[in-house]
Design a protein around this ligand. Structure first.
Ligand SMILES: [Zn+2]
Length: 135
């Protein structure tokens, strides 16, 4: 998958499958990108999660989710970490990602998914303060 954003690039991740990596250094607080994909209802999101497989769905609010498995860019591959370097914020129906601290070029972009679509799954983030399990 080609990245639409020059700030980010998808690649093989030591955490899980493919990941999202910084292509350039990113300053703390900088907007990193937006989760792109199809807007679906939370009921449809629940059906897709129940089917299993790779899930790239994020809930926007109590009605809507984004499924980034089609039409997404590198942000679709942001993996969970218990000690993340990015955070998300929902603004007018858009899920935006920002740098939580300075991020070096080549560093994997990670987000603390809380709650995640896989509660109870073993966490493989490798962080020193890893909780050991997805929330
Ligand atoms: Zn962890």
């Amino acid at each position: 998958m080609e990245s639409a954003s020059p700030k980010l690039i998808a690649g093989k991740s030591p955490i899980n499958g493919r990941g999202c990596f910084a292509a350039i250094p990113l300053k703390r607080g900088r907007k990193i990108g937006e989760l792109l994909g199809a807007r679906i209802s939370n009921a449809e999101a629940a059906r897709r999660v129940a089917k299993g497989g790779k899930i790239r769905i994020c809930e926007l609010d109590d009605r809507w989710s984004i499924d980034a498995s089609r039409g997404g860019d590198a942000t679709a591959f942001i993996n969970h970490s218990c000690e993340p370097n990015c955070f998300s914020r929902v603004t007018r129906g858009h899920m935006l990602f920002f740098a939580l601290r300075a991020i070096e070029a080549g560093e994997e972009i990670t987000l603390d998914y809380t709650p995640s679509q896989h509660p109870g799954r073993r966490c493989t983030c490798g962080a020193a303060k890893c909780r050991g399990v997805m929330m």
